[in-house]
Every structure is written in structure tokens, then in C-alpha cells.
Design a protein. Structure first.
Ligand code: DGP
Ligand code: NA
Ligand code: NA
Length: 213
């Protein structure tokens, strides 16, 4: 039954991983696959640097500004909150969202600095819970070898090692690891297969829920 559109929604699919794990190129490939199969889908990313909050985050990441660790944490969270209602309406209208980074980055990167995990999770409570988190799993040393880091604040091997540990502590039932050291096409195919199962489940009518699961 499809009347009213309420029973057929898009899926919220998040890609997570260390810097240089391949999230950005795999997100685009996944978008093309879903669109090619006739699904309505969009690619989003956080931080969204186009908003005024996003511009403050961007200045911080490029070391043009200095901010207290808790202050920048809350700005990253605010940058997700400012998109929440649009996210909900897109999903309810049947559009699947592929999101390059989300609250898991928020908690992993800030708790890697030594902030308390529960404190880090608190401002994310009430954001939409992903239907699926695709974690591109790569050893920090391998990621560091990939064409070098771009020079932003967090792109240092020691720090990425801590981020990897923090990510591992955040696994929940929505989480799927994909080995990011495989050939690009193999990763693409695995992500597509896992994502399609979830897109289909959302069409059948799994309700939207809030973080944390
Ligand atoms: P990207 O645009 O995906 O390259 O992300 C920029 C950097 O910001 C990257 O090192 C990951 C980090 N990052 C992304 N989201 C968050 C967040 O919510 N909190 C913190 N502290 N860092 C984040
Ligand atoms: Na980056
Ligand atoms: Na990225």
C-alpha cells in the first residue's frame, strides 16, 4: 500500500571512516548506482561548509581560527541540527540520503581529543538515526600513505590512530564494516549490495528513529 506516501520513505545511509578512507569517492559512486536503479537519492556531507556555522568549522579545520575543543564540538553538532528538518522531509518524501560523515565523526573526533564520550554524544541526541552506517575500515597507517593528507587540522597519523579506536567503541546495530583496502570496484559493489537491502527495507516501512539507537 502506498497511499499518502507515509509508508514509503527514503533510507538514511551514512558513510564513516578515517580521513583518506575513500568515503567521498565511494559516496558519489553509491549515489550513481542508486540513481541508475531508479531511486530518488541525494548526496549530503557533514560538515556542510556552506552555512555560516559551516564556515566557522572550515576556518577551524584549516587552522585559520582557534576554538576550544568543546566549542568546536558543539558547532559541528549545530551544523547537523540546522539540517535536521530538511533531512526528515527529504526522507519522508521518499528520497534516500547518502551522507558523507555524521554524528559518529562528531563523537569519534572529539573523544579522540580526550573529551568524555557521553558528553560528546549528548548534543547529537534527537538527530535522526541512520538506517545504515557504512564504515570504511582502513588501518591509519594505510590511510596516511594514500596521496598524503591535505594539511587540515586532524590529518595526522597519531591523531587518526586515536580516532580509529574511538570509532570502534561506537559500533551499534546499524553499523557495517567494509574493508577499505580492497580494489575500488570491490568496495563499490559491497557498499551497493548492503545499501540496497536497507533502501528496500525502508520502502517496506521501517519507521524513522532518533539517535542514539
Ligand atoms: P571532511 O570534510 O569529511 O574531510 O571532514 C573534515 C574534518 O573534520 C575531518 O578530519 C573529519 C572532521 N570531522 C568531521 N565531522 C566532525 C565532527 O562532527 N566533529 C569533529 N570534531 N570533527 C569532525
Ligand atoms: Na579531510
Ligand atoms: Na571526506
Amino acid at each position: 500500500r502506498m497511499e499518502g506516501g507515509n509508508e514509503s520513505r527514503g533510507a538514511l545511509i551514512v558513510l564513516e571512516g578515517l580521513d583518506r578512507s575513500g568515503k567521498t569517492s565511494q559516496s558519489s559512486r553509491l549515489l550513481s548506482s542508486l540513481e541508475g536503479l531508479g531511486y530518488s537519492a541525494e548526496l549530503w556531507r557533514f560538515p556542510d561548509r556552506t552555512t555560516s556555522v559551516g564556515q566557522m568549522i572550515s576556518a577551524y579545520l584549516s587552522n585559520e581560527s582557534q576554538l576550544d575543543d568543546r566549542t568546536i564540538h558543539l558547532l559541528f553538532s549545530a551544523n547537523r541540527w540546522e539540517k535536521r528538518s530538511l533531512m526528515e522531509s527529504k526522507l519522508k518524501s521518499g528520497t534516500t540520503l547518502i551522507v558523507d560523515r555524521y554524528s559518529y565523526s562528531g563523537v569519534a573526533f572529539s573523544s579522540a581529543k580526550g573529551l568524555d564520550v557521553e558528553w560528546c554524544k549528548a548534543p547529537e541526541i534527537g538527530l535522526l538515526a541512520p538506517d545504515l552506517v557504512l564504515y570504511l575500515d582502513i588501518p591509519p597507517e594505510k590511510a596516511a600513505e594514500r596521496g598524503g593528507y591535505g594539511g587540515e587540522r586532524y590529518e595526522r597519523l597519531e591523531f587518526q590512530r586515536k580516532v580509529a579506536q574511538c570509532y570502534h567503541a561506537l559500533r551499534d546495530p546499524s553499523w557495517k564494516d567494509v574493508n577499505a583496502c580492497q580494489p575500488i570496484e570491490d568496495i563499490e559493489r559491497q557498499l551497493r549490495e548492503i545499501a540496497l537491502d536497507h533502501v528496500t527495507a525502508c520502502k517496506i516501512g521501517r519507521p524513522l528513529s532518533n539517535l542514539w539507537l
